[in-house]
Structures are given as C-alpha cells and as structure tokens.
Design a protein around this ligand. Sequence first.
Ligand SMILES: [Zn+2]
Length: 241
Amino acid sequence: MLPSILDIATQNGVQINSKTLRYREVRAKCPFCNADVNQKHKFYLSLNQRDQVFKCWYCHERGGVFKFVSLLTGETEEEIKNRYSNTKSPYKPHPAEKLTLQQLQLLGYRAKPDWYALRKRDREYYIRTRDLVWDEWKQLIRIERNKAFQVLIVGIEFSMYQEAVSYIQSIEKKTSVSFLDFLLEVYSKSEWPIWAKEAKQFALNLNYKKHEGNPLSVLIMAQYILNTLSYQSEEELVAAQ
Ligand SMILES: [Zn+2]
C-alpha cells in the first residue's frame, strides 16, 4: 500500500488548510515555490488523498507520493520505494516446502501438502508437520548416502567401478539429490567420518564367496534385506506401544 500523502505532508511541516481536510483534495502551502507563503488565504498545493498524488497550481510541481517524499527529504525515489517495500519482508519457504511430489512419495506421502493453506489455518500444526517431513527426508537421505557409499566401496574393491557409478546415478535420479561427487571426496580423504567407516565395515564384511552373483548385487540384496528388517522392527515398536 502507498504511504499517505497527507501524513507525509504533516510529518514534514507542510502547512495544511484545515478547512479542506474533509475533501479528497486537501489544500496546503506549497513548500516548493513558496508563492503562497505571504498570502493568508492562498494554498496552491493540492494533495489528493485517494490517489496519493500532489500538484501545485502555481509552480506546476506535481507527481506521486514517492516523488513528494523525495522532494521534501532529498532522498532518491528508489531509496524511498525500497524503504516502503522492505517493511514487509518476502516469505522464505522452509526447505521441506521445496520437496517435490516425487521426493515426498519416497517418504510414503501421496500428495504434496498445501503448505500455504496449512500455514494460514494453523501455524503450530504447520510447523509440526513441516519439521516432521524435513526430519524424515534428512533420515532418508542419510540412509541413501550410506548405501551409495557402500556401493562405491564395493565397486572400487572388486573393479566394478562403472557399474557402481551407474547404480549411484540411479539413486541420484530417484531422489533428485547428488551424491557421487561428495562421496568421492569423502573416499579420497585420509580420515573418514564415522558413518563412512561403518559403511565400509558393512560393505566389506559380507561373505561374497558364499553367495551367487557379482559382489554388487550381493551388496544391494543385503541392503534390501536390512532395510526390510529395520522397517519390521519399527512396526513392531509401534505395535508394542
Ligand atoms: Zn508551488
């Protein structure tokens, strides 16, 4: 909304003809030409309260409220516009709100929540839902990252690098998150973080000789079984409560 031209005028000491305050066009002494300054009954400046514009009938200075402020204070119109538009900062969506439908489906959701409507209706519920979804997403990405790192390790260890890379790329496509560059960087470090050490331990301790198929498919099968087991135990936990 535009600032009120009448408020601007009074704040800057422009002398208003109080008899005209009830009209849409309020008259005032013109601070730009001062041609009416010594004439008691003359008020050359018109301030339009509906359109927030001004005009002097004597010197013909005219314009909108931003120009009016600019002429009175010496600020540029650009500065003034910025000041008035910054009073209401634009909404920055939480990262959970930026998750796509495809990403939400990986978490088991069928539709993308109407975040805007949720926020308007019940702010507390909106924050709870948003934080829950974001925690679930971070957990999923951690799991996918660990699995991808195991695949990378087995790929390097058993000279199946290209296949490992293709598999990691399929995870990237599924999640719309890039893993490969980050994982290669971790791999090349002299000291690994704990999750990376654990992933290596899991990946290399599988009994590859005992199983049929190439090491990568053995690993992926093992990951799948472990995943199913952890889901089961979670369901059991829920049932036990
Ligand atoms: Zn004037």
